[in-house]
Write a protein that binds this ligand. Structure first.
Ligand code: NBP
Length: 479
């Protein structure tokens, strides 16, 4: 093999292909490998002129093409394929070499793989990559885990290919050891689910309560995108809503089947949150809303159930309602990010990753699906106070919610009165009100648990654990 490559990419479907091109366009010589060699040949035929590619058909040739310490990126389907590729490459590698898994792996798999490869002296860097195929080509947000030593060798290359935030900073940082990168990417995706659900609810409220057609709603989203909601997801929402189906002349959104699909990272975020004991109700509602949408037979069977009598809003009332939806959307967004960052903090404590939450907000400012001006504010909140208990404790966010709350509540009243589901908005408000509450019905829950199962309770007025003799004279004993 005559040319030496600085990095290799194995797995040349949409993501790997574009990531390889991104490295090459940034001046790196890139070794290429794919299980089916035709993909490798296609890449070289189509884009060979973009940079230096070293195609290899066998794992041996691929590994031999890499300079040392070898850096090879795996971009194959997550799960068994990743293990299969690792099994193929690992015996060919030497101490100090680095395997980067850019797929959407579960953090438990990443932790296992990292441990197994560490025993062989190989660095395993589970890396979150967000931005889809466009991001992979033009600059994604990159969330590498693994050892600090591996980042020293890999970091400068990732910084070159990553998206750049508005201030020029590359959207990549070493987030933490072993599975931290994939954990952070998973929570990113969970937040993305919640963001999309909240936007979907705003759309449906504007349509079914305020009575606007998709084209006008696109204009409202466009206007919102010039303000504090400025984000990639709001921008593409306006694009999708203004698109007209060529075949029927109808709004595109009206000809698409209303069954949302999911690949699993949102569900993982909720599953792990349940294990960590973190209330991520906004993300959970988003996952549930997608699954409910797919229960076609159940929805069909329920369609005739009674609802409220519809009431049309006048022009001025509709416009006022739209402004209120903006407030509700913004307040709910703050809550769902607060929940996501709570999960990041809890995972960090559980696995001793010492995640820098401000730095994570900073690398989500560009390249990824949730990129938004808003993330600069989150970074600033953590910069001001690294031990911030919650984003809701930040003075500026708290003030904005205080201003939004009357409208937020009014929107939910309107949604309920008109029978329009808004589970994300409602969950966010309930979370906010629960956090604010002086007393929660958890006291009653504890009483019930003690009644039926002698599970004991604590008191507000003195230390200790107590049980009431419910079946006897109802006196209290110290447990
Ligand atoms: P896919 O997830 O569709 O995977 C296709 C690739 O996996 C092909 O290169 C295929 O090789 C290879 N592969 C499979 Br399938 N089984 C294999 C095996 N047993 N051994 C070796 N290779 C195998 O590709 P993608 O959409 O480019 O995504 C790649 C990774 O990036 C995934 O983990 C995905 O979750 C993650 N990701 C995707 C996006 C996105 O927007 N698509 C964004 C962020 C992260 P073949 O050509 O021989 O069939």
């Amino acid at each position: 093999m005559s040319t030496t490559a600085q990095i290799g990419v194995s797995g040349l479907a949409v993501m790997g292909r574009n990531l390889a091109r991104n490295f090459a366009r940034n001046g790196y010589a890139v070794a290429l490998h794919n299980r089916t060699p035709a993909r490798t040949r296609e890449l070289v035929a189509e884009f060979g002129q973009e940079g230096t590619f070293v195609p290899a058909e066998s794992a041996e040739d691929f590994v031999a093409a890499l300079e040392r310490p070898r850096r090879l990126v795996i971009m194959v389907k997550a799960g068994d394929p990743t293990d299969a590729v690792i099994r193929e490459f690992a015996p060919l590698l030497d101490t100090g070499d680095v395997i980067i898994d850019g797929g959407n792996a579960h953090l438990a798999d990443t932790r296992r793989r990292e441990q197994e490869l560490r025993a062989q002296g190989i660095h395993f860097v589970g890396t979150g990559i967000s931005g889809g195929e466009e991001g992979a080509l033009h600059g994604p947000s990159i969330m590498p885990g693994g050892s600090a030593e591996s980042y020293a060798s890999l970091g400068p290359m990732l910084e070159k290919i990553a998206a750049k935030a508005a201030d020029g900073a590359p959207c990549v940082t070493h987030v933490g050891a072993d599975g931290a990168g994939h954990f952070v990417k998973m929570v990113h995706n969970g937040i993305e689910y919640a963001d999309m659900q909240l936007i979907g609810e705003a759309y449906q409220l504007l349509r079914d309560v305020a009575g606007y057609p998709p084209k006008e709603i696109a204009g409202i989203f466009r206007a919102w995108n010039t303000g504090r909601l400025d984000s990639y997801l709001i921008e593409i929402t306006a694009e999708v809503l203004s698109h007209v189906d060529a075949a029927t002349g109808r709004p595109f959104v009206d000809v698409v089947a209303d069954r949302a699909e999911q690949k699993g990272t949102g569900r993982w975020t909720v599953q792990l949150a349940l294990e960590l004991g973190v209330p991520v109700s906004g993300i959970a509602e988003a996952v549930f809303a997608r699954s409910l949408s797919g229960h076609t037979a159940l929805r069909e069977a329920s369609r005739g159930l009674a609802g409220p009598t519809p009431r049309a809003l006048g022009d001025a009332e509709a416009a006022r309602f739209a402004d209120r939806v903006e407030q509700a959307l913004y307040a709910s967004k703050i809550v769902s990010y607060a929940q996501g960052f709570h999960e990041l903090a809890a995972g960090s404590a559980e696995y001793d990753w010492r995640l820098d939450l401000g730095a994570i907000a900073a690398i989500w400012r560009g390249g990824c699906i949730i990129r938004a001006a808003f993330l600069d504010r989150i970074r600033a909140a953590y910069d001001n106070r690294p031990d911030l208990p919650s984003l809701l404790s930040d003075d500026e966010f708290a003030e904005e919610i205080a201003e939004a709350q009357d409208d937020w509540r009014a929107v939910l009243v309107g949604a309920t009165e008109q029978g329009v589901p808004a589970p994300g908005f409602a969950a966010a408000l309930a979370h906010y009100d629960a956090l604010r509450a002086e007393r929660l019905p958890a006291a009653l829950t504890q009483g019930q648990r003690d009644f039926f199962g002698a599970h004991t309770y604590r008191r507000t007025d003195r230390e200790g654990t107590f049980h009431t003799l419910w079946g006897g004279d109802r006196s209290e004993v110290e447990a």
